[in-house]
Write a protein that binds this ligand. Structure first.
Ligand SMILES: *[C@@H]1O[C@H](CO)[C@@H](O)[C@H](O)[C@H]1NC(C)=O
Ligand SMILES: *[C@@H]1O[C@H](CO)[C@@H](O)[C@H](O)[C@H]1NC(C)=O
Ligand SMILES: *[C@@H]1O[C@H](CO)[C@@H](O)[C@H](O)[C@H]1NC(C)=O
Ligand SMILES: *[C@@H]1O[C@H](CO)[C@@H](O)[C@H](O)[C@H]1NC(C)=O
Ligand SMILES: *[C@@H]1O[C@H](CO)[C@@H](O)[C@H](O)[C@H]1NC(C)=O
Ligand SMILES: *[C@@H]1O[C@H](CO)[C@@H](O)[C@H](O)[C@H]1NC(C)=O
Ligand SMILES: *[C@@H]1O[C@H](CO)[C@@H](O)[C@H](O)[C@H]1NC(C)=O
Length: 759
């Protein structure tokens, strides 16, 4: 398949000419996306895909068949095939094709949390006034690493028969039979064609079946929909009963992620089947690295567009890259989740010789019985390493003569991907007996260190280093990790949680919502690292299924609501205050957080079932949105599967009827339109309340809405006007109030620095 030319490549390494290599024009797996499904039979679809491939293979049917990898046909149209860049661009020009993009690899976004959010009860979550037993009829799909069926979180004890709507299957494979599924996990499939095309599949630690060998898929599924488990704990920490948000909802596992990641070809195949199988909600705790590709070159955006067009809500994680503008899963048709802390923490005490006590984050199950000398790792440098380099405790940077029997203070830079477990290992191998790791950004992420260890922030780290400097024979003792309940403030937004603004469409705020994602205990795979039944993980991966669980309850109580109505209910009822009724803060600085960090705020499950009003959206609105961001009509025809033109385009993407409002470039004044639908009592009156962004005048017209009936829609306009010199982003909110009901939307306004002169 590869056309190779032999060429000389000159590489200088220590002055030596190294190699002659071959440069190849190689065929890579690409996805050819062709828009909405047409209802054509499987034979016709395959024939058409082979014809298109033959056309770029000089008419050869054999070559066409050999290059074909996968065909999509249920939820949308397209296929995957091995193509050279040249062939890919030829296919991209064909009239039925929306986009052609390479088979990229995506990453997983690696649970007390329900009590913290105010949901109580074991089997059915009790939200006063709203029976949620109907969750047995809600089917939740997880696109992830598969599932460990035998976990008590996935027991089907007492569950009624599988809903008639279900058309999925239980695919057999390694250690997994077609009869393995039960009334809880009603379906399980796996997808590997995209993975096998890219990776050496002769070596694998995974089961080639829906069985989870990673733990991630079981973790996410049990957070959203795990059964009540009486004694869930992590080796004695975090003991107590635990369950998912919707413990009697049904689970369908779509395994797309393998040892090294998840490929687009397989992700799309999972969306394609899930749409046909009859799931109601899809949970996707993974995504591309930032910055995300354009919507129709990204498998998750495409798959979720068609899922939503079929009435399926897609919940996704915002990513773990932490910096401003790193948010991913940006499409307005999904609900994108940021990660926060809860008030449960895992800490180790660090006791100095003079009795001074510090506290660090830890999941270390071993503690020190006696105090030991403590020293900065920079003092223990070995060989050619400088003290600065050694302070990071990297492989072979430590001199064991200097480390033996001591506690070392090591460093981690903000955002660094160096393995923290690995550092403890380096200290241990050099003869150290404990480690204190200074990691300001992720000081609240608990790590299961193998030697007594704890993570501290910069402030505590400096105090410890100063103690070492000012003490003749400094010693310290690190105790075993313990669980702390009621830690404050909580929730806080996690430092690693990716932040807005939206790098593709600045008029759409992302993330949408935040939920617990720090140190979450949930089911695990005994075949994975640690061989445990339960494990504690941090990441927006763990935050996403919290929203999935809540969305499942909303679907159970309001089965007719559209995906966007459910999303609106979750967003407009969120809170921006923490448990002390102070504004939610963001780690590590502890400053006041803003909508780029928490979206609409922290989810409030006690209010989601009665949101009063919703901002609803339908496929035609997404079409108008695509028109407004300059998609050409041909692509839009194919994507939406109808023959209409851009006759209802929005004047601005800000006018998409979204539950948050963003003005991406305010000059002088600007107006944004919205429509709300009454899902509360008939005869209710709402009044607008505004907290205006700094320097901006905000007027809502009309500022009173009177609804006579359920389902009635009313329009309003929000006028923004620059009132005082201002630049950059500023934040506020709009709240429609009726008695105790608050329907709140964040307001985000960007005034470009150059616009200041316009005043
Ligand atoms: C699959 O079925 C076979 C034969 O009935 C049985 O021996 C085996 O234990 C089953 N495996 C699983 C994982 O259920
Ligand atoms: C501390 O003592 C306990 C009980 O004697 C022992 O099991 C443990 O291994 C000791 N810890 C260390 C780090 O030596
Ligand atoms: C380690 O430290 C000892 C004692 O200071 C010194 O003699 C030795 O040369 C050092 N070894 C390395 C590899 O730096
Ligand atoms: C500790 O002393 C070293 C040199 O002796 C100095 O570089 C470092 O800044 C001091 N650290 C603190 C926290 O005082
Ligand atoms: C736009 O086109 C659609 C489909 O062709 C049609 O149903 C709709 O009425 C049109 N809207 C307007 C405002 O012309
Ligand atoms: C908004 O700006 C336009 C043009 O700059 C002006 O004509 C209009 O009166 C302004 N609207 C408001 C409400 O101030
Ligand atoms: C902003 O609103 C206030 C109060 O409604 C009003 O007095 C003021 O003139 C407005 N400022 C501008 C620049 O429109």
């Amino acid at each position: 398949m590869a056309a190779c030319t032999r060429t000389w490549v000159f590489a200088l390494f220590l002055g030596v000419l190294l190699a002659e290599i071959s440069v190849c024009v190689s065929a890579k797996v690409h996805i050819v996306y062709m828009g909405s499904a047409t209802g054509e039979g499987p034979d016709g679809v395959l024939r058409r895909h082979h014809q298109m491939l033959a056309a770029v293979h000089g008419g050869s049917v054999e070559k066409a068949q050999a290059s074909h990898v996968y065909s999509y046909r249920h939820g949308f149209r397209g296929f995957a095939a091995k193509l050279t860049d040249d062939q890919a661009s030829q296919i991209a020009k064909m009239p039925e094709v929306v986009s052609v993009f390479p088979n990229s690899k995506r990453r997983l976004h690696t649970t007390h949390s329900w009590d913290f959010m105010g949901l109580v009860g074991d089997e059915t979550m009790e939200i006063p006034g709203f029976p949620t037993e109907n969750q047995v009829n809600v089917i939740v799909g997880f696109i992830d690493t598969g599932i460990w069926l035998e976990s008590p979180s996935f027991s089907d004890a007492g569950m009624p028969p599988v809903p008639a709507r279900w058309k999925g299957k239980c695919q057999s494979g390694d250690e997994f039979n077609s009869s393995s599924c039960n009334r809880k996990v009603i379906g399980a499939r796996y997808y590997r064609s995209g993975y096998e095309a890219e990776e050496d599949s002769t070596y694998t630690e995974s089961f080639i079946s829906p069985r989870d060998s990673s733990g991630h898929g079981s973790h996410t599924a049990s957070i959203a929909a795990g059964r009540y488990v009486r004694n869930m704990n992590y080796k004695g920490l975090a003991t107590g009963g635990a369950r998912g948000g919707a413990p009697i909802a049904r689970i369908a596992a779509y395994k797309t992620c393998w040892d090294s990641g998840c490929y687009d070809v397989d992700l799309l195949a999972a969306f394609d089947d899930a749409i046909k199988d009859g799931v109601h909600i899809l949970s996707v705790s993974l995504g591309p690295d930032a910055p995300q590709g354009e919507y129709f070159n990204d498998a998750i955006s495409i798959g979720s567009f068609h899922a939503v067009s079929h009435g399926i809500l897609v919940v996704a994680s915002v990513g773990n890259e932490g910096y401003k503008g790193s948010a991913i899963n940006l499409a307005p048709w999904m609900i994108t989740v940021a990660a926060s802390s809860t008030d449960r923490d895992f800490v180790s005490d660090i006791i100095m010789e003079d009795g001074t006590k510090f506290t660090g984050e830890s999941l270390s199950l071993s503690g020190m019985n006696v105090s030991a000398r403590i020293t900065s790792a920079s003092e223990a440098y070995a060989g050619y390493f400088t003290p600065y380099q050694s302070s990071y405790c990297l492989e072979s940077s430590l001199n064991s003569t200097k480390v033996k029997g001591k506690v070392l203070v090591c460093r981690q830079d903000d955002g660094s991907t160096e393995s923290k477990l690995g550092k403890a290992e380096v200290v241990k191998e050099a003869g150290g007996v404990g480690m204190i790791l200074i990691d300001d950004a992720d000081k609240d992420v608990a790590i299961p260190f193998k030697i007594p260890s704890a993570i501290v922030g910069r402030v505590t780290g400096d105090k410890i280093l100063s103690y070492i400097n000012h003490t003749r024979n400094p010693t310290s003792k690190i105790l075993r990790a313990k669980t702390v309940l009621g830690s404050q403030p909580a929730p806080r937004i996690a430092a690693f949680s990716s932040k807005g603004p939206n790098s593709l469409t600045p008029e759409i705020l992302k993330p949408d919502i935040s939920a617990p994602g720090l140190n979450i205990l949930a089911a695990w795979s005994p075949a994975a690292v640690g061989k445990m039944q339960f494990n504690i993980l941090s990441g927006t991966s763990a935050a996403c299924p919290h929203i999935t669980g809540i969305a499942t309850l909303v679907k159970a109580v309001h089965p007719s609501w559209s995906p966007s109505a459910i999303k609106s209910a979750i967003m407009t009822t969120a809170t921006i205050l923490d448990k002390r009724h102070k504004p939610i803060t963001v780690d590590p600085e502890g400053r006041r957080a803003n909508p780029f960090e928490y979206g609409s705020g922290f989810v409030n499950p006690r209010r989601v079932l009665d949101p009063g009003l919703v901002y609803d959206l339908h496929p035609k609105d997404y079409k108008a949105f695509l028109c407004s961001i300059q998609y050409d009509e041909k692509s839009i025809h194919l994507i939406t599967g109808d023959r209409s033109v851009c006759n209802e385009t929005l004047p601005t993407a800000s006018n998409l009827n979204y539950p948050s409002i963003t003005v991406a470039n305010l000059k002088g004044n600007f107006s944004v339109k919205r429509t709300v639908t009454n899902v509360g009592k008939p005869g209710s009156i709402y009044r607008a309340g505004v907290s205006a962004p700094r320097g901006i005048n905000v007027t809502v017209v009309p500022n009173r809405l009177i609804f006579n009936s359920y389902g009635q829609k009313m329009d309003f306009t929000v006028h923004f006007q620059i009132a005082a010199p201002t630049k950059g982003y500023s934040f506020g909110f709009l709240s429609w109030k009726n008695g105790k009901i608050r329907v709140t939307s964040p307001l985000v306004v960007l005034v470009r620095p150059s616009e200041k002169g316009l005043l």
